[in-house]
Design a protein around this ligand. Structure first.
Ligand code: PL4
Length: 407
């Protein structure tokens, strides 16, 4: 007789984003004809630049002839792409990132969820609160936690609150932890860690044999060149950190699917395992490589022309961020993020709860946001607005908020 994984019973409700979609759909059904403006899920809207379309086309064309056809590729990814990622993305790394430390994936979501498999079930994880929900949920599914408490925190997880008080970057945990998740630029708060802030964590991790899982999915949105785009810009990080990144937001690959994870060969666990070898073993067993077409697109995205063209799209989204932030501030709403990051972290007026404000914004302005509490208990009282949208739609949404939201 088959029994279910008991750890799944610890998950209280649905995953955040489908829940959001469900509530939005329910509103639509109740109010047919009302046009909803979506600033909820961070989903790209702009067409791919011509150089990437060309690159994807190269991938398609190769499949059409027996001389160039490829079937399964290397589980670790296309060698040319791995070399290109190492060369283009880690120019500022203190210690060189080698191509064989890069594992190409079908996007950052799967890797952020799967990476915890490399660690013992007893490992204690520390998570920024609020955070992208995959970090917590994947550890709950793996049985690394107990039940969720009334305060919204899981037993067995160390929460690192990111609040207005600490500028949305956490203090070093007081308790013993083994794995620390950090996301910068942060989803959902839009806060970006400085070199000094990251150095504190790297030094602490090296001293205590902790592994940092660094999610840099939004690094291209950092305009301030003094801020680090990779944890490997911090001395020693190759001895304590794994970095996960994605083509989704910087190159519009949310539907194409392509990302990568850096697992340095110098990264060891306390019991002497080499994490690069473990991840390689894991990927070879459980992953058959990213789509060869998508990987050709990725190579094109990292070419000089590709980088120039994607920068224009990033600029467009960042203009949206500024429109959202300025619009909300003009009606007296307190906002964070939106600079060096594509998310605006908005404080709900009149101390409303995140879900109450979500409903109010949808009903009064017909705008969808993401409730902050969905990212963790410290997100309560905030909502996240996404700058990924077509500029015309973003402007309409902000005009509607300014005109219709009663605060
Ligand atoms: C909705 C910090 C978005 N259904 O596209 P990927 O898999 O390369 O990237 C996933 C990802 C990884 N790390 C961070 C992210 O914010 C995301 C994407 N997050 C959002 O609105 O928060 C899309 C969410 C999607 C999901 O569940 O990931």
């Amino acid at each position: 007789m088959a029994n279910s994984n008991p750890a799944y019973k610890n998950l209280p409700g649905g995953y955040l984003f489908p829940e959001l979609a469900k509530r939005t759909r329910a509103f639509s059904e109740k109010h047919p004809g009302v046009k909803i403006m979506r600033l909820g899920i961070g989903n790209t809207t702009e067409p791919l630049p011509s150089s990437i379309i060309k690159g994807l086309g190269v991938g398609v064309k190769k499949l059409a002839s027996v001389e160039t056809y490829t079937g399964y590729g290397d589980e670790q990814g296309n060698t040319e792409l791995r070399k290109k990622i190492a060369e283009v993305k880690y120019k500022k790394a203190v210690e060189k990132i080698e191509a064989d430390e890069i594992f190409v994936s079908d996007g950052a979501k799967s890797d952020t969820a799967n990476i915890q498999e490399l660690f013992s079930k007893e490992s204690i994880i520390a998570i920024q609160d609020p955070a992208y929900p995959v970090y917590v949920d994947s550890n709950v599914m793996a049985g690394r936690t107990g039940k969720i408490r009334e305060n919204g925190q899981y037993e067995g997880i160390v929460y690192m609150p990111c609040t207005e008080k600490n500028g949305f970057f956490p203090e070093i945990p007081q308790e013993k932890v083994d794995i620390i998740y950090i996301c910068s630029p942060n989803n959902p708060t839009g806060a970006v860690a400085t070199k000094e802030q990251l150095k504190k964590f790297v030094d602490y991790a090296i001293k205590n044999k902790i592994v940092i899982i660094f999610d840099s999915a939004y690094e291209r949105f950092i305009y301030d060149s003094s801020l680090p785009r990779s944890i490997y810009e911090i001395p020693g990080a190759k001895r304590c950190a794994i970095e996960i990144n994605s083509f989704s937001k910087e190159a519009g690959f949310t539907g194409v699917r392509l990302g990568w994870t850096v697992v340095p060969k110098t990264l060891m666990t306390e019991d002497g395992a080499n994490l690069n070898s473990l991840w390689n073993r894991r990927q070879c067993t459980k992953f058959n490589g990213a789509s060869n077409i998508a990987q050709e697109g990725g190579i094109a995205a990292l070419d000089k022309k590709g980088l120039k063209e994607t920068q224009k799209v990033i600029d467009l989204y960042m203009k949206n961020a500024s429109v959202i932030k300025k619009g909300l501030e003009s009606i007296g709403i307190k906002c964070y993020g939106g600079v060096n990051a594509p998310y605006i972290w908005m404080k709900c007026p009149n101390q409303m709860s995140s879900w109450d404000f979500f409903s109010k914004l949808l009903e009064e302005a017909n705008v969808v946001c993401t409730p902050g509490s969905g990212f963790g208990p410290s997100g309560e009282g905030f909502v996240r607005l996404s700058a990924f949208g077509h500029p015309k739609d973003i402007k309409k949404a902000i005009e509607s908020i300014k005109k219709n939201l009663k605060i």
